[in-house]
Write a protein that binds this ligand. Structure first.
Ligand code: 2BA
Length: 109
């Protein structure tokens, strides 16, 4: 048994949960925030039998798109002479960041 954590974009999460549950996988969604962009994203975790891990990862790959974000590296103040004009920085986010962790024990009581 493995614990699969997937950090995904909010735009993809509903479709992902639909596809996972349709295939019989149990999943939990948690609201999360990326440490770099400080924007909301979603973390899904699933307890998965070893032989189903690849299937779950394929479903995640099929649902989660890579997207471009533009962020301003520093605030610009026209009132401050000499301050540089920051150009937006392009950041590629996703499709998903996936962690697979062994589970020592799993119970439903
Ligand atoms: P964020 O931390 O908000 O990062 C969003 C995107 O910004 C990242 O996309 C990456 O392209 C870029 N980025 C992150 N840290 C950076 C840095 N120090 N310098 C330059 N660019 C940086 P992804 O790699 O696709 O990550 C998407 C989200 O997945 C992350 O949102 C974070 O919430 C999570 N994540 C990614 N790697 C992780 C890790 N090793 N551990 C825990 N969470 C992770």
């Amino acid at each position: 048994m493995k614990l699969v954590f997937a950090v995904v974009q909010d735009k993809d999460v509903e479709n992902l949960l639909f596809r996972l549950t349709k295939k019989g996988h149990r999943a939990t969604k948690m609201a999360s925030t990326g440490g770099f962009l400080r924007e909301g994203n979603s973390t899904i975790f699933l307890g998965v039998e070893d032989d189903k891990v690849d299937e779950v990862i394929e479903i995640i790959k099929g649902c989660c798109m890579l997207r471009e974000h533009y962020i301003n590296p520093a605030p610009y103040s026209p009132a401050a002479p000499g301050s540089f004009i920051p150009y937006p920085m392009r950041v590629e986010v996703g499709g998903a960041t996936i962690f697979v962790i062994p589970i020592d024990r799993w119970e439903r009581v």
